[in-house]
Write a protein that binds this ligand. Structure first.
Ligand code: BES
Ligand code: ZN
Ligand code: ZN
Length: 505
């Protein structure tokens, strides 16, 4: 969908539909844009509200026909809830809801003003440009569907081709278009991550992820390097390789770098777990629900999506994306429970359970992150079932450096990709002590998200600030929200992009 700004007047637009956001409890006579549309419609809008047919509740919609009172054929009303409770998230949702309504009506074009724009007080809380970004982001994310593997899809109507934001002043046109473009960049990068997670493991193989990373590099001017198996061996990433041993697809380390070689920029490394399919290995998972393990590369997908956005937004940071990618398969060659393997940083690990593989590939990647002398390292991973038990649908777990956690909590609040801290007390370390090696890779059922993070902390080079984000269960959902349709969510892309955009603030 094309999203563009035009200068003009909303009442004069010849279009299949105008979308209008309305707050709950809006006073009559209507003011601003709503007042002008109401006047053109001979008071119809005021009556619909006065009679209670449209209350303005969040994501409520009502379609009115204009019967030639306006050059626009329809008015799509969308509720914004209470004015004092409006946030960018409300605007993203309203925009998604409207775009979906336009699609279900089969409309090619939708005109609107920025939702919530001309209501007194909104501009103090939310800038017009942030609201415009949210409109673009919400519409695109709300229309997202994963259709590339369907040969028959008759039940669905085509997406609207364009969303036009009508603004009054010529002076604001360039700034408005830039805000819309930023929203589009963030949304499309999120959708890239969604596509990667939705793709089954026979499509989204390690080589496929590497190819997508290279395409991102070509599109954005980032530098992409793929470390192949011989290089991984040479470096000594034996924990990573031990996970790859049972499969036929060679492991790869994806390195994607924004502002590579530019001096004097803060360096942030993002590390994403890229298990393209997690069978559990010799510690085989039960078959029920195993298909969801195609999404065990959700961390890697989030990192690739974030790197794309960061590069296209041209953030003034040196950002490195690292994604160790492999499947986790059982086989005669596979790692066996009890095997001891040496990591890149020299620690030996007793692999008690081959299904605790994410921490093995991340351990070597975190050590490797030290090569970039980073100011901060974040890793994101579908790491533990314990995360789902502890926090459910509404927050990822974060552990590590308090300053980095604070940044993530703030960015999570703004994007609605929320995170919540868990402790990393050193006493948890006892649970991963091994009788035969330096460490073992599991610490029992108790506090499993924490012991997994504690394990990772042992591989972060000394003196480097690090935070770990556990997104298990958040990468694929079976429920829909307006701009997060069921299936892959792309969780992590918007969180990272927001945290990095605020880096200096
Ligand atoms: N990929 C899984 C974690 C997971 C579970 C992600 C559910 C998404 C949804 C991970 O590799 C795993 O198997 N973790 C085990 C570790 C256990 C064997 C110590 C877990 O947390 O149950
Ligand atoms: Zn596993
Ligand atoms: Zn896994």
């Amino acid at each position: 969908m094309e999203i563009r700004a035009v200068v003009g007047h909303i009442t004069e637009q010849e279009t299949p539909a105008i979308a209008l956001g309305l707050f709950e409890g809006t006073e009559i006579p209507l003011a601003g844009t709503a007042g002008e549309l109401d006047a053109a419609l001979n008071g119809e809008l005021g009556s619909v509200i006065a009679d209670g047919d449209f209350k303005g509740k969040i994501n409520e919609t009502l379609v009115l026909y204009t019967h030639d009172w306006l050059p626009a054929k329809r008015l799509i009303l969308v509720g914004l809830g209470k004015p004092e409770e409006v946030t960018l998230n409300v605007i993203r949702e309203a925009s998604a809801t409207t775009a979906q309504k336009a699609r279900s009506l089969g409309l090619s074009t939708l005109h609107t003003v920025v939702f919530g724009e001309d209501v007194e007080g909104i501009s103090r809380e939310l800038s017009t440009s942030a609201a415009a970004e949210a409109v673009a982001e919400g519409a695109l994310l709300g229309l997202y569907r994963f259709t590339e593997l369907k040969t028959q899809d008759e039940n669905h109507r085509a997406d609207p081709e364009q969303l036009v934001i009508v603004i009054s002043g010529e002076n604001d046109l360039a700034a408005m278009q830039e805000a819309l473009n930023r929203g589009q960049i963030v949304a499309e990068s999120t959708m890239l991550a969604r596509d990667l997670v939705n793709r089954p493991a026979n499509v989204a193989t390690p080589s496929h992820l590497a190819k997508v990373a290279q395409e991102i590099a070509t599109e954005t001017g980032t530098v992409c390097k793929i470390l192949e198996k011989p290089a991984l061996k040479e470096l000594g990433m034996h924990l990573f390789l031990s996970v790859n041993q049972g499969g036929n697809e060679p492991a790869r380390m994806i390195v994607l770098e924004h502002n590579a070689g530019v001096p004097d920029l803060p360096t942030v490394v993002l590390v994403g777990k890229g298990i393209t399919f997690d069978t559990g290995g010799i510690s085989l998972k039960p078959s029920r629900g195993m298909e969801a393990m195609k999404g065990d590369m959700g961390g890697a997908a989030a990192v690739l999506g974030a790197l794309r956005a960061v590069a296209l937004l041209n953030l003034p940071l040196h950002v490195v994306g690292l994604a160790p990618v492999t499947d986790n398969m059982p086989d005669a060659q596979a790692t066996k429970p009890g095997d001891v393997v040496k990591s890149l940083n020299g620690l030996t690990v007793e692999i008690i359970n081959t299904d605790a593989e994410g921490r093995l590939i991340l351990a070597d990647a975190l050590t490797y992150a030290g090569e970039f002398q980073p100011d901060a390292v974040f890793d994101v991973a579908t790491l533990t079932g314990g995360r789902i038990v502890a926090l459910g649908d509404h927050a990822a777990a974060v552990m590590g450096d308090q300053g980095l956690i604070d940044r993530l909590v703030a960015a999570g609040e703004a994007t609605k990709e929320r995170v919540w801290p868990m402790p990393l007390f050193k006493e948890y370390g006892k649970q991963i002590e091994s009788d035969v090696a330096d460490l073992k890779n599991v610490g029992g059922r108790a506090a499993s998200s924490i012991t997994a993070a504690y394990f990772l902390s042992k591989f972060v080079p000394d003196g480097i600030k690090w935070a770990h984000i556990d997104i298990a269960g958040l990468g694929i959902r079976d429920k829909s929200d307006p701009y997060v349709p069921k299936g892959a969510t792309g969780f992590g892309v918007r969180l990272f992009v927001e945290a990095l955009r605020r880096w200096d603030a």
